[in-house]
Design a protein around this ligand. Structure first.
Ligand code: NDP
Length: 328
């Protein structure tokens, strides 16, 4: 029997429990590529899976972890061979397919993206699903036609993972970025990533007006609920908002007014089932358009043992930037 260490979520009488366990390689699920995992990371969804705060795990036992960076160990898939450096984001990993917090992952070759040549596995996981989602969001705003000349862009959930990468990307692309945060103490951090103005979270959590004073050309929203509704009502004529998160709630108490009276567009961003060509485009852009020193400054590293504590912190909105998990 060949076993390896893994962070496994089990079902219990009262809910779920996550703990480090020895996992038998023979119990890995079907797939045509086996990857030696070098790094993973902690996303909000990983926090939900590990704490059991929301039912994201749909199979038990489950190895948690939605993001992998590592090296192909063996492959029967035409596109991949032993030694290839790869990234995997989503596709149900850590939810319905055994995930990333383990020394090995067996996956479908169709799910993999090649690690950009100038990027390390650790850097790819410092980006992770959060950063790749930030990139998808920026691309959506660009496709809408927004440019730095359009006006300032608001980023909500600014000090979190999606928010931090979104700020760094937008500022490198020349946009004026307003960071919306509940953590005033992170103002210097957010400015160091490229935010020109810090907006208190409270400015977007009050009662939602159908139309408020036009403030931003666009937005990237990781929070949802009242925050997204207020952001829409404050978006300028012809602007656009990319909605990617629900850290503040799943609801959306808005009206049609921003859409039909100001022509505002709301773009939905999904990273999990996003088609491969869009992923490849996003990772190509991340290689060139994300400032690596800023990425390093927003990232800290933990081991598998630290996952339960960090999971609790991320669902409580207390993690700043990105957390990579060193594996193997
Ligand atoms: P983080 O926890 O790192 O960031 C979330 C941030 O949201 C927090 O840091 C905090 O920022 C803010 N926040 C937290 N709770 C609240 C609240 N109750 N009200 C208002 N703001 C709050 O998570 P991630 O960046 O990893 O993910 C952000 C969101 O995006 C999550 O909901 C996640 O599920 C979603 N997501 C969606 C993806 C997709 O495919 N659509 C992919 C990746 C993530 P601050 O302290 O600065 O206010």
């Amino acid at each position: 029997m060949t076993t390896f260490k893994a962070m496994v979520v089990e079902k219990t009488d009262s809910g779920t429990r996550a703990a480090l366990a020895d996992f038998d390689e023979a119990n890995l699920m079907d797939g045509d590529v086996t990857v030696r995992v070098e790094y993973s990371c902690v996303n909000y969804k990983d926090g939900l899976a590990l704490t059991g705060k929301a039912p994201v795990v749909r199979r038990f036992p489950m190895i948690a972890g939605i993001d992998v960076a590592g090296t192909v160990e063996s492959s029967s898939h035409a596109a991949w061979k032993a030694g290839d450096k790869v990234i995997l984001n989503g596709w149900g990993l850590g939810e319905s397919h055994l995930g990333a917090y383990a020394e090995k992952a067996r996956v479908k070759g169709d799910w993999l993206v090649r690690l950009p040549s100038s990027m390390s596995a650790r850097e790819a996981m410092a980006i992770g699903t959060a950063g790749y989602t930030a990139m998808l969001s920026v691309i959506a705003l660009e496709r809408h036609g927004l440019t730095p000349a359009s006006g300032p862009i608001a980023v909500t959930g600014a000090a979190g993972g999606v928010g931090s990468v979104a700020i760094a990307l937008l500022s490198k692309l020349g946009f004026t970025v307003n960071a919306v945060t509940g953590r005033a103490a992170e103002a210097d951090y957010l400015k160091s990533l490229g935010a020109s103005e810090i907006v208190e979270r409270a400015a977007l959590t009050g009662p939602v007006k159908m139309l408020a004073k036009e403030r931003w050309a666009g937005g990237i929203d990781a929070v949802g609920s009242t925050t997204l509704a207020n952001l829409l009502s404050m978006t300028r004529y012809g602007g656009a908002v990319a909605a990617c998160g629900l850290a503040g709630g799943m609801d959306l108490p808005t009206s049609v007014a921003p859409f039909i009276l100001r022509g505002v567009c709301l773009y939905g961003i999904d990273s999990v089932m996003c088609p491969l060509p869009r992923r490849q485009e996003a990772w190509k852009r991340l290689e060139t358009d994300l400032d690596r020193p800023k990425l390093a400054a927003m990232t800290r590293e933990i081991g598998l043992n630290d996952l339960p504590d960090v999971a609790a912190a991320i669902v409580a909105g207390q993690v700043r930037g990105r957390v990579v998990v060193k594996i193997g």
